[in-house]
Design a protein around this ligand. Structure first.
Ligand SMILES: Nc1ncnc2c1ncn2[C@@H]1O[C@H](COP(=O)(O)OP(=O)(O)O)[C@@H](O)[C@H]1O
Ligand SMILES: [Mg+2]
Length: 269
């Protein structure tokens, strides 16, 4: 299911062709403008963080990237080619996978069952489940990304929140993802669990995947991000690289800058 990057178009000056590019993308729901004028690039081997407060348009942005919604305006390019992603399945066939916050796992089923849910390996004439292969593959794929799970037969509900996120990401990679879109994977997690997911994000990046990391936590973003995009009421307020911004600035921007300072003054008077 992997998609090869064939004869990448020459953009001159040795520029890398982004896996995904948005050019002036906008999205309206009826007369609600959820996104307007979004320009961003997702490169292989980089983590692109999308930050923004509630209602900023983060979910709309990733749904557009994942093929769940079609943009109302602008252009989406995949490997440099203008592309209409018609459904999540279509996006996945082009290597774009989304891990949503509610992971859609079956709690009581073993880890390996969840890993292969809907895409089970089968063998023989009567196409019986190839349990051995699925067990071994699950263990191997998790191990590759630095997670040593002693028992893949354990129900997935017995795993920690961080481990469950990691299983979902490993699954997306195994089934052909090149771009991983992660919707607030650390939002419901404590410090230690978040650390596990952030390490995993870095591992995926180092293996050459393009990661889109949605979060409203500037600390998490700054630990793993190469590139930061800030949304505010559907508009892109900032687009900069790690070298161009400090954690303090990122936090400040994220909190609405002056607003936060005013609030601090007011409360600490
Ligand atoms: N399906 C929808 N229909 C109508 N309005 C929507 C829909 N989804 C989101 N919106 C609106 O679009 C804006 C952006 O929402 P969303 O993308 O969910 O933001 P975020 O994920 O950053 O919280 C909000 O004003 C929200 O109410
Ligand atoms: Mg959201």
């Amino acid at each position: 299911m992997t998609t090869e990057i064939e004869h990448a178009p020459d953009t001159g000056a040795g520029a890398k062709v982004p896996l995904i590019e948005f050019k002036d993308v906008g999205k309206q729901y009826g007369n609600i403008i959820a996104l307007k004028g979004i320009n961003l690039r997702v490169h292989a081997g980089e983590v692109t963080c999308v930050l923004g407060d509630n209602g900023a348009g983060k979910s709309t942005l990733i749904k557009t990237m994942a093929g769940l919604h079609q943009p109302s305006e602008g252009e989406v390019r995949v490997d440099g080619e203008v592309t209409h992603l018609t459904s999540p399945k279509d996006a996945l066939s082009k290597g774009i996978a989304t891990v949503y916050q509610d992971l859609a796992v079956v709690g009581l089923m073993p880890v390996w069952r969840n890993f292969f849910l809907g895409q089970e390996l089968r063998k023989g004439l009567i196409k019986s489940l190839d349990v051995q292969a699925m067990r071994a593959t699950t263990k191997e794929e998790l191990f590759k990304m630095g997670i040593d799970l002693p028992d893949v037969d354990a129900p997935i509900s017995s795993l920690s929140g961080g481990q469950r996120q990691c299983v979902a990401i490993a699954r997306a990679i195994f089934f052909g993802a090149r771009v991983l879109i992660l919707d607030e994977p650390t939002a419901a997690l404590g410090v230690k669990q978040s650390g596990m997911v952030l390490r995993y994000i870095t591992a995926a990046k180092e293996q050459g995947f393009g990661v889109v990391f949605i979060t409203h936590n500037p600390h998490h973003a700054y630990m793993v991000g190469d590139h930061f995009v800030l949304l505010n009421r559907g508009r892109q307020k900032m687009d900069c690289t790690y070298d161009e911004i400090s954690l303090d600035d990122l936090t400040q921007q994220m909190a609405g800058g002056d607003e936060l300072e005013t609030l601090t003054h007011e409360l600490r008077r």
